[in-house]
Design a binder for this molecule. Structure first.
Ligand SMILES: [Zn+2]
Length: 245
């Protein structure tokens, strides 16, 4: 895979020597890849990402991985709020919920898997820190949305996805506790709390997309615990960072 260079001016230095330890996936929410590229390269738009993958599988490189691209905006994960300083951002060309949300085509997924595997081989990003924009900004973002096949990505070594956890009792405090363990910013340990509800919706978009919008049932209630359970195991699998000689 050879990215096509399409330099964006929208970047700055990564702050405080933060390590690159997160990979964030987005959709563009624009009608065409060309429109999205124009916007991500427009100095007045003040937005960018490191890569954009078109629906036909072409990969565009907009910002050097060494630089801080401007894709996450106001965000929070596991105690960190400067997500841009420690992440690589990939935009997936998709009309999004604004222009008729569609499936991610096979060519685009194949390119995404290849690009992610390439990044993960070079950067010390643990599997559980491969996330969607909605995970780190659940109160204001829903991208990349429920159509992204996170299970398939995990089977390709990208991110974590428990296969079939046994049903669990539906306990709001336990679910909220597990969302917090995973990294979400939650409020009070009940679903009526706006922050907790937003985190739960983001979780469902990512890990139980088939049941999005339906009442939470015991099989789905088991997923937050199952994801939280994978985090320490995933960390142990993390290979040491590659040393240049
Ligand atoms: Zn986004």
């Amino acid at each position: 895979m050879r990215p096509i260079d399409r330099a964006s001016p929208n970047h700055g230095p990564r702050r405080d020597g933060a390590p690159i330890d997160m990979l964030l996936l987005h959709y563009t929410d624009m009608a065409t890849a060309e429109l999205a590229l124009d916007r991500l390269c427009d100095p007045t738009a003040q937005v960018s990402a490191h890569y954009l993958i078109a629906r036909d599988g072409r990969v565009f490189r907009l910002v050097s991985e060494q630089r801080r691209a401007w894709h996450a905006g106001r965000a929070w994960w596991a105690g960190e709020s400067d997500i841009n300083s420690r992440s690589i951002g990939i935009e997936l060309d998709n009309p999004g919920h604004s222009h008729g949300y569609g499936d991610f085509p096979e060519a685009q997924l194949v390119a995404l898997i290849a690009l992610c595997r390439d990044i993960l081989a070079r950067c010390p990003i643990p599997p559980h820190r491969v996330l969607g924009h909605s995970d780190v900004a659940p109160d204001r973002k829903i991208d990349p949305g429920h159509r992204l096949d996170w299970r398939r990505l995990a089977r390709a070594g990208i991110g974590v996805f428990p296969e079939s956890p046994p049903p669990a009792e539906l306990d709001e405090a336990a679910v909220a506790g597990n969302l917090a363990r995973i990294g979400y910013r939650v409020g009070a340990p009940r679903f009526a709390d706006p922050a907790t509800r937003a985190a739960l919706e983001a979780f469902r978009r990512h890990w139980t997309p088939d049941a999005l919008g339906q009442p939470l049932h015991p099989r789905m209630a088991a997923m937050p615990a199952a994801v939280a359970e994978l985090i320490p195991k995933a960390e142990k699998k993390l290979a040491p960072p590659r040393v240049n000689s």
